[in-house]
Design a protein around this ligand. Sequence first.
Ligand SMILES: Cc1cc2nc3c(=O)[nH]c(=O)nc-3n(C[C@H](O)[C@H](O)[C@H](O)COP(=O)(O)OP(=O)(O)OC[C@H]3O[C@@H](n4cnc5c(N)ncnc54)[C@H](O)[C@@H]3O)c2cc1C
Length: 386
Amino acid sequence: MERLIFEAEHDMFRASVARFMAAEIAPHAARWRNEGIVDREAYLKAGAAGLLCLWADTAHGGAGIEDLRFDQIVIEENVRGGETGFYLHLHSNLVAPYIAKLGVAALRDRLMPKIVAGQTILAIAMTEAGGGSDLRAIRTRAVRDEEGWRLNGAKTYISNGILADAVVVAARTGEARGGEIGLFVVERGMAGFERGRRLGKMGLAAQDTAEIFLSDVQVPAENLLGDPGLGLAVLIEFLATERLIAAIASMAAAQTALALTMDFVQTRLAFGRPVGLFQHNRFRLAALKARIDAAQVFVDRLVLLANAGQLSGEDAAAAKLIASELEGEMADLGVQLHGGAGYMDEFRISRMYTDARISRIFAGSNEIMLEIIARGMGLDERDWQE
Ligand SMILES: Cc1cc2nc3c(=O)[nH]c(=O)nc-3n(C[C@H](O)[C@H](O)[C@H](O)COP(=O)(O)OP(=O)(O)OC[C@H]3O[C@@H](n4cnc5c(N)ncnc54)[C@H](O)[C@@H]3O)c2cc1C
């Protein structure tokens, strides 16, 4: 279906991003998946091509383009023709905005030019072994001292955990559960900042996921992001964008899985005809295509609302919920219609199936998305009193 949100300048940009992905990312993707990590040069090349933090201030080397459609195009083309485990959207859209929007000028001026250039790679560390969904249960602590803040704790499942040069860490600054949480930039080389092993995963093989450990890490005062007690409110605000970004990536994966499957079912013959022509298969594909088209319109609409500063947490949660479910369903149907080939590493659909599974869990699990939507409908368990 034709998408109506893009103008000619977006189409030109998309063509150039597709060329970049084909030339600079795709040729290395298989090696990165084997090694379990992306080359640092991928970020440098993306930075040099102007594909990181498009929104960033021109004074920091960015393009100053506050139009999420351009970011959407980068994400879509990376999924389609680059490497899903190359997390440039985590760097550009999920983590860098914390530094650019909440950091003091000295921190912004020091870090943002390197972030935009891809020299400083970013990660965000909220999740702990004790729990990820319940941010109020964070146990990592930050204590104020004369030199700034001292951090102690451990985080897990951190994307870019090995590659990252700067990590935005959520840490408790007050005593009460659910009370004050602050956000701090912990940098490579700070004493007491260690990374654990690279964690083995079901999918997203090229993406390095790791534990990080903070043992009396002395963080200068300028590395505090915003109010030390209001990090939870900030996370909740920023997580709406994170969920829309996740929905964009999931839709791109669903569209790609559909395209791969269409190619396959039209050429693979069984009982003398293409397998896509059996009514059962045609109808399953048709039903999913209808839902993918509808969801794409919804996600595209939210991109425009985000541009207008009107993205609600509930709508972003709905988009993430629907898109990640469609991604999973489409990858599953794709494997099924590929037959035995769908289970083989050499067919991309096999990889898409395992990559897709995390989309229903991270960026807030889909159960948490349902919770957010339900609360928005006025169905809030916390309000109930017998
Ligand atoms: C590959 C990968 C990359 C990740 N990257 C990052 C990262 O970069 N940074 C980061 O901070 N974290 C990251 N995470 C962590 C991820 O965000 C968490 O795994 C996720 O939020 C779920 O938290 P949990 O694993 O602790 O599960 P839990 O919170 O323990 O949840 C377990 C189950 O209980 C359900 N559940 C929880 N609460 C409720 C409720 N109120 N109602 C109904 N069901 C509920 C959950 O939906 C889930 O099904 C990553 C995880 C993975 C696997």
